[in-house]
Ligand binder design. Structure first.
Ligand code: ZN
Length: 262
């Protein structure tokens, strides 16, 4: 792992932009993997076995996904490598798909270290896959929130950003600041899958090295992708990872309106 495998990354970037099918099937082939749903409303969850496991999250779809039913086959995606940077060679206004195939490739690199993996579809159309998981799969929703210390999504542009949105806490942010050398939180705007998935525990989204996502000019800086792997390696491989509940996120039945207290 100190020598990250570009071959894996290149394989993931060659999956067609238009469908999640081959990528979902790859994760579904892992022993113990649970694949549910279809099209945008689908996910693959592979439980880890470490006691102090965390949940690693990425999304399989791209903004060029036009085949939610997985009914067609498409030619491989193409890219060009120039001075350590990958560029799209797909034409017709289509980018690289590094958002978020670069994140999926990182999950694959970490599949053997006891942490859980979750690959969802439908992120680009409004967290459709993660909403399907939370609303229609209560067993998995309870398991991911109940048996993991926190969630790490690998789906952020740039090199050194971390973002917790509304699913962080003061303690979790302090912990991240000491665990992630050089990383900082630019703001708390926007949302991604962890904003839907983190019901009881905190979550963070980390940079994976892509830029100009959703455009034909999308790039992936290999050194920045590697830096995310090395950061994760020194952070989540050692044992003793803590658990970070989200404070003040009470279940709806436990919430009493102020006027009702007395
Ligand atoms: Zn994304």
């Amino acid at each position: 792992m100190t020598n990250p495998d570009y071959e894996t990354l290149f394989e993931f970037l060659q999956y067609p932009l238009e469908t999640t099918k081959p990528l979902i099937e790859r994760f579904a082939s892992l022993p113990g993997a649970i694949a549910r749903g279809s099209g945008e409303q689908s996910f693959v969850y592979r439980p880890g076995e470490r006691k102090d496991r965390v949940l690693l999250v990425a999304h399989a779809d791209t903004v060029w996904d036009c085949d939610p039913d997985h009914s067609s086959s498409f030619p491989p995606s193409r890219f060009i490598k120039r001075d350590g940077v990958l560029h799209s060679d797909n034409g017709e206004g289509r980018g690289l798909g590094a958002d978020d195939r670069a994140g999926c490739a990182i999950l694959w690199e970490f599949r053997q270290f006891g942490h859980s993996l979750l690959v969802v579809s439908g992120e680009e159309t409004g967290q459709v896959g993660s909403t399907f998981l939370m609303k229609s799969n209560p067993d998995i929703a309870d398991e991911i929130n109940g048996t993991h210390g926190f969630m790490i999504e690998l789906d952020r542009r740039n090199e050194l950003d971390y973002k917790c949105y509304e699913v962080g806490s003061r303690h979790f942010r302090r912990y991240l600041a000491s665990s992630l050398r050089g990383f900082s939180e630019p703001d708390r705007n926007s949302c991604t899958d962890i904003c839907t998935l983190c019901r009881d525990i905190c979550g963070v989204n980390l940079s994976v090295g892509y830029r100009y996502e959703h455009t034909a000019n999308e790039i992936l800086v290999l050194e920045h992708w590697i830096n995310s792997i090395e950061t994760l390696w020194s952070w989540i491989i050692p044992s003793g990872l803590p658990r970070f509940p989200i404070p003040n996120r009470l279940p709806p039945e436990a919430i009493t309106l102020v006027g009702e207290c007395s």
